[in-house]
Design a protein around this ligand. Structure first.
Ligand code: 9MR
Length: 349
């Protein structure tokens, strides 16, 4: 017994050192050698494999068991958004975000923190008032500084600005853009960097997987931010795909051109929805898409990892937002792996 205790203590100490060094250790320590986890398979390529999660689901122990073992990166789906973290002006609430950070830490997982500046899920006090530019700038700076400081040293990256562009490549007319102009993006990045110089800072959006006007807008902005020396590390490709719209065949070349700017890329919110009911044919096509997008990321040196937007259809956001669509994730509602799960394993092997 004492020998086991010593070994456990030693293993714990080694894990702590590796975690401090930013090396993911948990799933490697937990899984059986015959069946490596998605995280372990990704680690062999120097990548991570993550899942989003959300606080209400954490009471589901069958769910948290897979969440804690199969992945090495976790994103809070809602708990770090503005409505949750600053529900009243100047009053900060870290309960939801901390719960997920603590869970990830216990499972030796890293955290992609999400998100600081967005037009959605803002508290009423922020959206119901007419702000002057000076006032809103101060509010934004305080929010970013306080939240990023709170999580300093505890998160791998931040989605600093989320969904800043329209599909045609024009700036989205958000509260931030309308009041502060496009400079809010560089300001947000600078404030986030000051608050946590080690966090990787991302701009994150959907419908930018294929080349086109929206992804061109990010390319131009990224180039400009780089040229001006604004602290900034990567572009998050949300990758919310739908079978009925076709696979984004230019994904790999698109990821590559951002690497060419010296930036990281990541697939940050992957799901592949379909019109219900699901069929074997649709699930096979979905599996093929998961395989292709994984291969695309692995083929691009600076595509650092993949996160799915929760791992099971049981907790997917899709059915509530796209009625009649769903079945978007690699595990079904009973937490059984689907063909997409096998496809992910093969693509990572
Ligand atoms: O997963 C999130 C869901 O629980 C929320 O209801 C929804 C509200 O908009 O936001 C979801 O996450 C979004 C993410 O923050 C940004 N990209 C789109 C995601 C799906 O809507």
């Amino acid at each position: 017994m004492p020998r086991n205790t010593t070994r456990l203590r030693l293993a714990g100490a080694v894990a702590a050192v590796l975690v401090a060094a930013g090396v993911a250790t948990g799933p490697a320590a937990q899984a059986s050698p015959e069946q490596p986890t998605l995280a372990q398979l990704a680690q062999r390529h120097g990548r991570y494999f993550g899942s989003a999660t959300d606080n209400p689901e954490l009471t589901d122990t069958a769910y948290t068991k897979i969440l804690g073992s199969e992945f090495d990166m976790i994103t809070p789906g809602n708990g770090m958004k503005w409505y949750a973290t600053e529900p009243q002006q100047g009053v900060f609430d870290w309960t939801a975000g901390d719960q997920i950070v603590d869970l990830a830490r216990r499972n030796h997982q890293r955290v992609r923190a999400h998100t600081l500046v967005w037009h959605s899920q803002l508290p009423g006090w922020l959206t119901s008032k007419q702000w002057t530019a000076a006032e809103l700038r101060a509010v934004l700076k305080k929010h970013i500084t306080t939240e990023v400081r709170h999580y300093r040293g505890k998160v791998y990256s931040w989605d600093v600005v989320n969904e800043a562009f329209n599909d045609d490549g024009s700036y989205r007319e958000t509260l931030w853009y309308k009041t502060l102009g496009p400079g809010y993006i560089a300001d947000a990045l600078r404030w986030a960097h000051q608050a946590d110089p080690h966090a990787r800072l991302y701009l994150n959006d959907y419908n930018i997987e294929a080349t086109g006007p929206k992804s061109d807008a990010y390319y131009a902005l990224a180039k400009d931010l780089r040229a001006r020396g604004v602290p900034f590390d990567g572009i998050g490709f949300q990758t919310h795909l739908a079978l009925q719209y076709g696979y984004p065949t230019t994904l790999k070349e698109n990821l590559s051109r951002f690497s060419g700017l010296g930036l990281d890329t990541a697939l940050t919110e992957v799901d592949v929805r379909m019109q219900l009911p699901a069929s074997d044919a649709k699930l096979a096509e979905q599996a093929d898409w998961y395989r292709q997008l994984t291969e695309a990321c692995l083929a691009v040196r600076r595509c650092v990892g993949i996160t799915i937007w929760d791992y099971t259809d049981k907790y997917s956001w899709i059915p509530a937002v796209f009625p009649g669509e769903g079945a978007a994730l690699p595990w079904d509602e009973q937490l059984h792996p689907k063909p997409a799960y096998q496809a992910l394993r093969e693509a990572l092997s």
